[in-house]
Write a protein that binds this ligand. Structure first.
Ligand code: NAI
Ligand code: 15L
Length: 266
């Protein structure tokens, strides 16, 4: 292991459960955290530390003693602003404040394609394209990327913000043929993000080697990320689904249906 203690937030979630296993070789001790119930420690290499990211003092204690953080915790779908504010916006501020106070030097932030969700699927963009968040959730990830840049410029804390496309066992629909990120490729990208010697604040699109992609990762070439998987193996299965109407947001925007959510009753 190359780290002493690695903190994984969001460890009870879909990706967190997978990464709890797969990040094990990277650190002597994996500290797993979530506000939701966590499975007990699987051995002496794990610490299970429940924490609400909205609680500043609790986050400070959570981060103490860690040398790097993989930050997956937060609301992962479009929700009313007040929920996003607590978990994602206050949460990432608390995390970086704690990182500063405790001398953590590297963060891997689970950002999202929803920071650029209003680009059309006909466009190709790189990490320098102006952000076009597609909802409160996308706004919170956009804020998170700004926090990461600020804490690098001001305090030298390095971050890789991974704009994850769609990381699930398989692509669930036609849009995800472009956005899909396998768990194996996600793990590899996190490994590169943790151990590349100098990353400053790097933004990288989290996608596998899919046939038709909308994102250009040349600005993150220094990570040396080389995806091994492709959504192509699922094409026949996905294309057996009924066609998507041409005016469906899932067929127009990179962010798909997220561009058409809300308002939430107000
Ligand atoms: P998930 O919703 O399954 O997991 C998120 C976890 O964060 C949950 O276990 C939840 O309990 C926890 N959480 C929520 N509020 C919290 C709080 N206040 N304090 C502490 N923990 C809190 O989502 P998933 O799919 O595992 O995604 C993980 C991360 O990756 C999220 O940040 C998500 O936004 C991001 N992401 C995931 C994508 C995907 O395709 N799976 C795509 C783009 C981004
Ligand atoms: C996300 O940011 C979500 O967390 C995930 O649940 C998927 O919806 C993904 O984006 C996507 O765009 O497919």
């Amino acid at each position: 292991p190359r780290l002493n203690r690695l903190l994984l937030t969001g460890a009870a979630g879909g990706l967190g459960k997978v990464l709890r296993e797969r990040l094990r070789p990277f650190a002597e001790m994996l500290r797993v955290s979530d506000v939701a119930a966590l499975a007990p420690a699987t051995g002496p290499h794990e610490e299970v530390t429940p924490c609400d990211l909205a609680d500043k003092a609790a986050v400070d204690a959570l981060v103490a003693g860690c040398d790097a953080i993989v930050h997956l915790g937060g609301v992962s779908v479009e929700r009313p602003f007040e929920e996003i504010l607590e978990a994602n916006i206050k949460g990432i501020f608390h995390l970086y404040e704690a990182a500063r106070r405790h001398g953590v030097k590297r963060v891997v932030f689970a950002s999202s394609n929803h920071v650029i969700g209003f680009y059309k699927q006909s466009e190709t963009i790189d990490a320098h394209a102006a952000r076009r968040p597609d909802g409160y959730y996308g706004l919170s990830k956009s804020f998170g990327e700004d926090v990461a840049q600020f804490y690098f410029d001001r305090w030298g804390i390095e971050t890789v913000s991974i704009r994850i496309g769609s990381s699930f066992p398989e692509p669930a629909n036609r849009r995800m043929m472009s956005t899909w990120l396998s768990y194996r490729d996600l793990t590899s990208l996190i490994e590169k993000s943790l151990f590349t010697p100098e990353v400053k604040h790097t933004v990288v699109y989290g996608m596998s080697a899919n046939r038709d992609v909308w994102w250009d990762n040349h600005a993150a070439a220094h990570l040396g990320y080389q995806p091994q998987d492709s959504s192509e193996v699922f094409r026949a299965k996905v294309e057996a689904q009924p066609p998507v109407a041409a005016d469906d947001p899932n067929a127009i925007y990179q962010g798909g249906a997220f561009t058409a959510q809300g308002p939430f009753g107000d």
